[in-house]
Design a protein around this ligand. Structure first.
Ligand code: SF4
Length: 214
């Protein structure tokens, strides 16, 4: 992907890795690309109330050449498939794909011949976001999880090693909800629950305690 791939592993690579990943996650530029109703939520996420500018992503690029994130917002018709793939191919590396909503992820309720049954038939997907439509808060959460994933992406020798091994480290990334990730005490609780396999229980109990459901 660049000069960082040539650096041998060690302290220097670790520092370069962190810096490169931090710059990448802090300046994700999405391609202007909306396919259906989910796109309205995506537009709302970019507007003043939710303010994607906080993450350096307010400008949806009009050219795929300047974009490194494709948010597939809506159902993908068979006719649109080749166009979507062409836009993806025109985006420079490294690039990421976020499948927004149940239609993009699996065809959703449109189980018919006209709709692609999951955009991962056409492009590799880095993050799936459920919901119909997902609210802007959910899209922001998916973006923050993608940030985590990018931050943990190894480069150079480590990348080669990870691909050669099982890729377990990659699967682990982005599994902590953002409300737990950025709070030290809650993060510790989550990791402890994860060791016991009781994360969902913890999440529900906390949700009830905090009265978020009222
Ligand atoms: S998931 Fe729902 S909101 Fe999104 S494109 Fe499909 S039908 Fe529309």
């Amino acid at each position: 992907m660049g000069i960082e791939e040539k650096i041998p592993s060690g302290v220097l690579l670790t520092s370069v890795e962190k810096l490169v990943n931090w710059t990448r996650k802090s300046s994700l530029w999405p391609a202007t690309f909306g396919l259906a109703c989910c796109a309205i939520e995506m537009m709302a996420t970019g507007a003043a109330r939710y303010d994607l500018a906080r993450f350096g992503m307010e400008v949806f690029r009009a050219s795929p050449r300047q974009a490194d994130l494709m948010i597939v917002a809506g159902r993908v018709s068979q006719k649109m498939g080749p166009v979507l793939r062409q836009i993806y191919d025109q985006m420079p590396e490294p690039k990421w794909v976020l499948s927004m909503g149940v239609c993009a992820s699996s065809g959703g309720m449109f189980n018919n011949y006209a709709i692609v049954q999951g955009v991962d038939h056409i492009v590799p997907v880095d993050m799936y976001l459920p919901g119909c439509p997902p609210r802007p808060e959910m899209l922001i959460d998916a973006i923050l999880r993608l940030h985590d994933k990018i931050m943990a992406e190894p480069l150079g020798e480590r990348r080669r090693k990870m691909i050669a091994e099982s890729g377990e480290a990659a699967k682990r990334v982005g599994t902590i909800p953002s409300s737990y990730r950025y709070n030290k005490a809650k993060r510790r609780e989550w990791l402890a629950a994860e060791r016991e396999g009781t994360q969902e229980q913890l999440r529900i109990e906390k949700w009830m305690q905090e009265g978020a459901h009222k």
